[in-house]
Design a protein around this ligand. Structure first.
Ligand SMILES: Nc1nc2c(ncn2[C@@H]2O[C@H](COP(=O)(O)OP(=O)(O)O)[C@@H](O)[C@H]2O)c(=O)[nH]1
Ligand SMILES: [Mg+2]
Length: 197
């Protein structure tokens, strides 16, 4: 019975500087598509995905994820907090061809942790298909170890590691949910985002 119905519902937020590939990672995962054109996300968009995960105890669970994708980098703190509130998972994405986006990871992490201290986080080194890569794997790996978060190297263009990234996040979220219980884990319930233009 448990394997037939959705047993968990989780919010995931995409964080990171502009044009690092947040929208592309979500699109690759939810629609298995990719576009070379850059269309800045307007407002907040949502995608839904149902995931089946095998837990270490052998049980199969089905979880529904609501993926939130926010436009640009809101400078308005309250808006950013509302966007993050209630998230069980976050991907903090950087672009391996732009070192500044890597240097900004720590700030995104701190902002997120003050709102969702118990959430599961993955640092995502995206665009690894590009020949002009500047940030080496060791750098991302080191930061993820410091922050004690998951680390994935991805390409939204080729799809490399995209499914692995989200599947692992969901697995960890389910485990943490079971350890902490829903209130400690997700804190305040997800709020509706303010509309941006
Ligand atoms: N080569 C390559 N380009 C990518 C990849 N991911 C995103 N892009 C491109 O980078 C630009 C920004 O992507 P987007 O997902 O809109 O970034 P966002 O602002 O973080 O949501 C677009 O032109 C994408 O086509 C990737 O993995 N490889
Ligand atoms: Mg976007």
């Amino acid at each position: 019975m448990a394997s037939e119905s959705v047993s968990h519902m989780f919010k995931l937020v995409a964080l990171g500087d502009g044009a690092v590939g947040k929208t592309s990672c979500i699109k690759r995962y939810t629609e298995d598509s990719f576009s070379e054109r850059y269309i800045a996300t307007i407002g907040t968009t949502f995608a839904l995905k149902t995931v089946e995960a095998d837990l270490p105890n052998g049980s199969l669970v089905r979880a529904r994820i609501v993926l939130w994708d926010l436009a640009g980098q809101p400078s308005y703190n309250e808006l950013r907090r509302r966007y993050m509130a209630g998230a069980a998972m976050a991907i903090i994405v950087y672009d391996v061809t732009r070192p500044q986006t890597f240097l900004d990871i720590g700030e995104w992490y701190t902002r997120f942790m003050t709102v969702c201290p118990n959430a599961v986080v993955a640092v995502v080194a995206n665009k690894i298909d590009r020949p002009d890569r500047l940030v080496p794997p060791e750098a991302g790996d080191m930061v993820a170890k410091w922050l004690n978060v998951l680390y994935f190297e991805t390409s939204a263009k080729t799809g490399e590691n995209i499914n692995e990234l989200f599947t692992e996040l969901v697995k960890r979220a389910i485990e943490r949910h079971q350890q902490l219980g829903p209130l400690a884990f997700q804190g305040v319930p997800p709020t509706r985002p303010a509309r941006l233009t």
